[in-house]
Design a binder for this molecule. Structure first.
Ligand SMILES: *Cc1c(COP(=O)(O)O)cnc(C)c1O
Length: 328
């Protein structure tokens, strides 16, 4: 814990959200599953724009950008990228210019996150249905062009799932640890969705630094277990470089990576996840979207039903609310 503070002092962290986010029991879900206690950590309401995990990541990523005196932030992703919208919100608050690069065609009707981007009046480049590599190439060229114009651009890499981004979730696990003490809660197992592995890397690394108070379960929403594990290892390496505090553990011994619930990959529903998007709000008054949290919550519910968990469980809701409005 002391170590966490020591590196926090030398890293530039901005305040973009409202923390700590609420942590409380989901009593209706407990009744539904006949299991208790089940907690939820409301990282869907982080206070910036439509909320979500990217607020925590951006506090460190844009902290790095500001430290480097950058004045144009480039974020990229698919049309409904949560990172893009949250980056645009953060840049408004910080009075930085923001350029969004979307792989996809400019739509006739702006829905979901795109509507929010439009309200923010952000500069958006629609480069058509290109691969991630081609999008990266476009972003790199844009960077060079902006530098030639005398601007100081900064690229947010890999959808924010980077070493700096993951620091947000090192902090989050510490936040949960402190909250448990203050509220008198005991939590044994934590569940969170895994896309590119930034949230996962932060949680796993932070949990190790704290001495493993929790068992971390990552439900993959896209990649198979080996691919996601490699992404997480690479991000943990980046975190180590930033903090200079080594992670001396084997990944497979520090967490569970579960790829049984990802279906056919990113943005593609399973029958169960599609149903839970409809059922969960009726249960707890909390919305989940189709890409991340529905699959992760299906996984947690299923593992509870199959007695594959022990003791108190907690779900980290990573948000994505903006995208829900384009999914129907
Ligand atoms: C980006 C994102 C995640 C997690 O992504 P990682 O790349 O694994 O860090 C989870 N939920 C939502 C809603 C997101 O936008």
């Amino acid at each position: 814990m002391e170590e966490l503070h020591s590196w926090n002092k030398c890293i530039n962290k901005l305040e973009l959200g409202i923390f700590p986010t609420p942590l409380y029991r989901m009593t209706n879900a407990e009744g539904f599953l006949n299991y208790k206690p089940i907690y939820i950590k409301r990282d869907d309401i982080t206070g910036l724009g439509p909320g979500g995990n990217k607020t925590r990541s951006l506090e460190y990523i844009l902290g790095d950008a500001v430290r480097q005196d950058s004045n144009v932030i480039i974020a990229s992703g698919p049309l409904q990228s949560n990172l893009c919208t949250l980056a645009a919100c953060a840049c408004s608050k910080l009075k930085l210019n923001c350029i969004l690069v979307h792989s996809g065609e400019k739509p006739d009707k702006f829905e979901g996150n795109l509507l929010l981007n439009k309200i923010l009046d952000v500069d958006a480049h629609y480069i058509g249905e290109v691969s991630e590599n081609e999008r990266t190439k476009y972003v790199d060229e844009l960077f060079v062009k902006l530098e030639k114009e005398g601007k100081r651009p900064y690229i947010i890499m890999n959808g924010g799932s980077t070493g700096y981004g993951a620091l947000g979730y090192v902090n989050a696990i510490y936040e949960i640890f402190k909250q448990c003490k203050e509220l008198g809660f005991r939590i044994n197992e934590i569940f969170a969705p895994g896309g590119n592995g930034g949230v996962a890397a932060g949680l796993i690394y932070g949990n190790a630094i704290l001495g493993f108070p929790f068992k971390i379960n990552i439900i993959s929403v896209e990649y198979d277990k080996d691919t996601l594990s490699n992404h997480i290892r690479n991000i943990i390496k980046e975190v180590e470089e930033i903090t200079q505090i080594p992670f001396n553990y084997k990944l497979e011994e520090s967490c569970s990576i579960i790829d049984d619930y990802s279906g056919k990959g990113w943005g593609r529903n399973t029958i169960e996840s599609e149903q839970l998007v409809l059922d969960f709000p009726k249960m707890e008054g909390i919305f989940i979207e189709n890409v991340y949290n529905s699959k992760a919550l299906v996984g947690m519910f299923d593992m509870i039903r199959k007695s594959r968990v022990n003791g108190e469980v907690c779900f980290i809701h990573t948000g994505g609310f903006g995208s829900l409005f384009s999914q129907w």
